[in-house]
Write a protein that binds this ligand. Sequence first.
Ligand code: PLP
Length: 397
Amino acid sequence: MTDFAATKALFDLPEGVIYLDGNSLGPLPRDVPARIEAMLREEWGEKLITGWNKAGWMAQPMRLGDRIGKLIGAEPGHVTTGDTLSIKVYQALASGLEMRPERRVVLSDSGNFPSDLYMAEGLLRMMGRGHELRVVAPEEVEDHLTDEVAVLMLTEVDYRTGRRHDMKRLTAKAHAVGALAMWDLAHSAGAFPVDLKGCGADFAVGCTYKYLNAGPGGPAFIYVAPRHAGRAVPALSGWLGHEAPFAFDLGYRPGAGVDRMRVGTPPVIQMTALDVALDVWDIADIGDVRAKSVELTDQFIAGIEAACPGLELATPRDPALRGSQVSFRFADGYAAMQALIARGVIGDFRAPDIMRFGFTPLYIDEADVARAVDIIADVMNTAAWDRPEYRVRAAVT
Ligand SMILES: *Cc1c(COP(=O)(O)O)cnc(C)c1O
């Protein structure tokens, strides 16, 4: 059983803050500053360009991919890291479409994160072959899986409501109509066990700055199923995805396996932060994290519903149907969230009316949830949020 007091001690959270936004940006792992400092001085500073070989910088994207792969049920050697999630969405979708050249529909849902849809739109326009991005309601996805669909592109957990799709079932259904299934694990990786291999997913992508705590700008990851790894054609054919980058050939030849999804020079400093952040998984079991997350989210839902009649639950009550966040609807949710942040309970707001709270047992415990419920109840029931300064919208909500 994971010792959650020990995992909590690995994070540096400000005094007096209850951090319920690790689903958006994970907190700072305590060892990151020292390890980055050491990397800068001992690797960059001392080794200079030889660091690419001697400090393992060039191998780092695949090494870190394997560390993440263990949390998402990927076969070893089939996940790599780099770029941002939006870029990886583009890459995975482009490869999937090339593998279904006779089909013209990308199926997604209105619970997907806009950037995924925007990237798909841009890619389809660029391809200029008359593809259609078909966006349906989350509960209607299954009915729209027809033999027109080339790629089913979904985010497993809805960033607004926390509703979770049934990856195994939808992947099987996609395959039954001859489509490929591509999953965005932005709100899954590090939150609960994912079984890419068991589900038969074709492609998966995700980011590392949410539940994986790699810090703002942390690299993304991409998974290509082993059966496709040798034939997925990279749309972003950069030199580090080349079979032999240092042969400096004038023509592109894709590298072996998922390596071909690398594009350019990896962000080594940020990757070091990710490497350190992943150390928590040496002492934390992802199954235990899920079990505890269900307890904490159940406790939070029960507490808020008992104390705050003005908040309407937007997240499925059945734990099997949700990820690791809980959302409530409230018309003045933006102002209410600013008031909570001023009182040390940090969640966030998603337009038009969603107050979002993420739960990460790695550093949140029952006492934190109980205190958060008390503070939220006080702010809501005294209308402490109803002040002009809480209505001023910042660039990031
Ligand atoms: C957070 C998130 C993104 C963000 O993409 P970046 O390129 O990392 O900014 C994209 N898609 C989903 C589903 C997300 O949750």
